[in-house]
Design a binder for this molecule. Structure first.
Ligand code: GLN
Length: 312
């Protein structure tokens, strides 16, 4: 039975503390991503978790104020920023189906004529960043400005070491971009796009920052200043794609265990949305073989089980 019989905010802190204690006792945390050398040195025992209410009040535990590498979590924000500008024509260039393949897979692209399955695998995110860059002239800068304003943290920035490390080991993302360019699905020169994409992935932010920055999705598209970024329907669509595609080829298991729209990154962070109620961000750098944080998913699983807060 859920321990929070009401959804009173004050009840969040004890729930977070209980989860942190349980995680602390759990052996086996997975391994940090090693294909990006700058991430490989992270200690897998680090753990932080934050919950943000719709008004931006944040509760947290552990390393919840420690900045980490956001990586693919940023794909949610670039999707929202591009969708807000171009609307449904985006879907002529990227699909909305789970891929059932690893996040950096090339195989489906040839069968499906250079149209990636969804915006959250790397190929799809490259398309979204390309389109946002065409519209704004600075996709990564647009993303950073949005994250700074929604998190209320003007100090957020790119981690140059992570961006350089990814660029130096970016052959697979370069292959994805060139391959899609051969189908006419990329507008900008590939080196320009890759620079934008690697900077986007390198943003360093904490659980508190990301939980706050995600609240527009729990507020059905309304930003922290009360202006609207996405229509109610578009916010629903982004949440739906997070649920079905946000954790790659583990999205079915994530829905089964957590029951919330979520998005992971290989830095070990995961964000999740309880529409109309709150947002969450959890960080622990040890990953499973699909690139999702082991302790992060376990903590979200415990949160929805203990509170009963889920979309199901
Ligand atoms: N920057 C990483 C990459 O392109 C992002 C992947 C991820 O977080 N899943 O490989």
């Amino acid at each position: 039975m859920a321990i929070m019989t009401t959804t009173s905010s004050l009840a969040f802190q004890p729930v977070l503390e209980r989860i942190a204690e349980e995680i602390e006792r759990t052996p086996g945390r997975g391994r940090p991503a090693d294909y990006i050398p700058a991430l490989a040195a992270c200690d897998p025992r680090r753990f932080g978790m934050a919950v943000a209410e719709l008004d931006g009040t944040v509760y947290g535990v552990g390393d919840w104020r420690q900045p980490f590498s956001t990586q693919s979590i940023t794909k949610v924000f670039t999707l929202a920023l591009d969708l807000a500008r171009e609307g449904d024509s985006l879907w002529e260039h990227v699909g909305r189906e789970p891929s059932g393949n690893p996040f950096n897979s090339l195989v489906q692209l040839e069968y499906e004529s250079g149209i990636p399955r969804n915006p959250f695998i790397n190929a799809g995110a490259l398309v979204v960043t390309d389109r946002l860059h065409t519209r704004t002239g600075d996709a990564a800068g647009e993303l950073l400005a949005f994250l700074r304003s929604e998190s209320g943290n003007p100090a957020l920035g790119f981690d140059q070491e992570v961006a350089a490390s990814e660029s130096a080991h970016g052959a697979r993302n370069a292959a994805l971009a060139h391959f899609m360019a051969s189908y006419g699905n990329i507008d900008n020169p590939v080196p320009v796009l890759l620079d934008q994409y690697f900077r986007q992935c390198s943003v360093a932010a904490s659980c508190a920052d990301l939980a706050r920055a995600t609240t527009f999705l729990a507020r059905h598209g309304i930003r922290s200043d009360g202006s609207r970024l996405l229509s109610r329907s578009q916010a629903k669509q982004v949440n739906a794609i997070m649920l079905t595609c946000g954790t790659y080829d583990a999205a079915g298991d994530f829905a089964y265990r957590v029951g919330l729209p979520g998005k992971s990154g290989v830095g070990g962070g995961v964000i999740a949305v309880v529409p109309g109620r709150c947002t969450l961000c959890v960080w622990s750098p040890g990953l499973d073989e699909r690139g999702n944080s082991v302790a992060g998913v376990a903590a979200l699983d415990r949160f929805t089980t203990l509170t009963g807060l889920s979309v199901f």
